[in-house]
Design a protein around this ligand. Structure first.
Ligand code: ATP
Ligand code: MG
Length: 433
């Protein structure tokens, strides 16, 4: 899995200069036009915005007439993508939204004034406009003050805003974690009381938000906030844990994976789900066994519609009973583990649970020493004996075949057979049974 899988920021979509050109053309045509939303927030925080959005009173048809290369990306919302210079700038007509019927989408939109457009936005810090020609912030929602005090507040009646669009609960956690904001009283209370409604949001959208908040450096705070607002029991409602039991805070393994380390989304999710489950149990050891791991993976698939590769990662990072069981693992088991694509992430997880005392630290240290030794050699050499060799020896492909090949390969990994002849002899002995 590449790091791109969890990277929150694709490459910049638009430069400030190009956005300014777009804005000036609107203004030259006697329209109101401002930079809007996230880019204004970022500028005020001294962060380079990753893209610039323009909001205007020009209706979408007018925007399309003023620029030669445009695309209606959110036609129903009046959002036009303008391609200019090397940039793609989203130009949105000031709008007001009608009632939300499905917990996610407004029933209608109407074009309106800048002030009303600011008020339909989610959080005060996201409701700011900036006039680059006058170098002036236009603030109808108290966002400047909130940014200064590092507060996250919903615009208007918080209960109503989360009632309209339940995804905003996760956006709140993400922005709070990203900018180190405190989610203020009424907004915090409203999230806690609307948390069950997250069930109505599609798995893909929930996963999208988690993908944005689980990379460093937002991971530790995001996980803590998800826990604090009771959102984890909703996200992981398909797991068998008793969600009414208070979480044991020791179990927040996922926080320890922070330390600025870039890990795959699969590992972050595995650690989050593990933390959730571990927090509601006395004994975490069973969670490393295949059956429980499959339960975790299934719940992640249902709740988040993760890809097959991600599911494999979640499983690979947590199915550790062969390494952590009472008996020490054989060399072959350890080498087979190291040869898996997810082993480097799984080792990070192992180290953390060892340090955290969720499993025996001596075993983890011992494993690390072994792994370090093996990594000097090739942990996944070409097999000395293949299926073709067995056929040449007169064996018929079938169930026995795999057992023989596995046994010979284990022997090879453990240096019990060193040459092809030795390996073949061993294969025939196993086949005889
Ligand atoms: P980022 O840097 O993560 O892109 P952003 O603030 O630009 O942050 P976007 O999701 O790109 O966030 O949305 C752009 C703007 O649109 C936001 O700043 C906010 O004003 C508004 N907005 C986006 N999603 C919602 C929502 N669900 N409800 C209300 N307003 C929203
Ligand atoms: Mg944005």
């Amino acid at each position: 899995m590449s790091d791109d899988a969890i990277s929150p920021s694709a490459k910049p979509k638009g430069t400030r200069d190009d956005a300014l050109t777009v804005l000036k053309r609107l203004r030259d045509n006697r329209h109101v036009a401002y930079f809007a939303g996230g880019c204004v927030r970022d500028m005020l925080l001294g962060i380079e915005p990753k893209d610039y959005d323009v909001a205007t009173d020009a209706p979408p048809e007018k925007v399309r007439r003023l620029f030669s290369n445009t695309q209606a990306v959110g036609a129903a919302f009046g959002v036009i993508l303008v391609r200019l210079g090397g940039s793609q700038i989203e130009v949105a007509t000031f709008r007001k939204e009608g009632a939300y019927l499905d917990g996610r989408h407004p029933s209608e939109v109407r074009f309106t004034t800048a002030e009303e457009d600011a008020k339909r936005r989610d959080f005060t810090i996201n409701g700011l406009f900036f006039d680059p020609l006058e170098n002036k912030v236009i603030d109808y929602v108290g966002g400047e003050r909130d940014l200064k005090y590092k507060w996250l507040r919903a615009i208007g009646d918080a209960n109503k805003r989360f009632e309209e669009d339940h995804l905003r609960m996760l956006r709140a956690v993400r922005f709070a974690a990203r900018f180190g904001l405190e989610i203020k009283g009424e907004t915090a209370t409203a999230i806690a009381s609307h948390r069950e409604q997250l069930k109505r949001i599609s798995p893909e959208r929930i996963a999208g938000e988690l993908r944005l908040m689980l990379p460093p450096p937002t991971r530790p705070v995001a996980c803590r906030e998800l826990g604090r607002f009771g959102l984890l029991p909703v996200i992981f409602r398909h797991l068998p844990e008793d969600s009414t039991k208070p979480t044991n805070p020791r179990a927040f393994i996922v926080e320890l994976l922070a330390a600025g380390e870039t890990i795959s989304f699969g590992l972050a999710l595995a650690a989050l789900a593990f933390s959730y489950r571990a927090g509601r149990r006395e004994d975490v050891a069973p969670l490393f066994a295949r059956e429980e791991v499959q339960t975790t993976v299934k719940a992640c698939r249902t709740a988040l519609k993760i890809s097959n590769e991600e599911a494999e990662w979640v499983a690979g990072c947590t199915e550790l009973d062969k390494l952590l069981g009472n008996e020490k693992p054989t060399v072959a088991i350890m080498k087979r583990f190291l040869a898996q694509p997810f082993s480097s992430d799984a080792r990070k997880f192992l180290r953390v649970i060892g340090e955290r005392g969720e499993t025996a630290a001596d075993r983890v240290n011992w494993l690390e020493q072994q792994f370090a030794d093996f990594c000097k050699d090739n942990v996944a050499p070409e097999p000395l004996v293949t299926g073709d060799d067995l056929v040449a020896q007169g064996l018929k492909p079938g169930r026995l075949f795999k057992r023989v090949l596995d046994a010979v390969y284990d022997a090879q990994l453990e240096d019990r057979v060193k040459t092809k002849d030795e390996a073949l002899r061993f294969a025939l002995e196993v086949a005889k049974g």
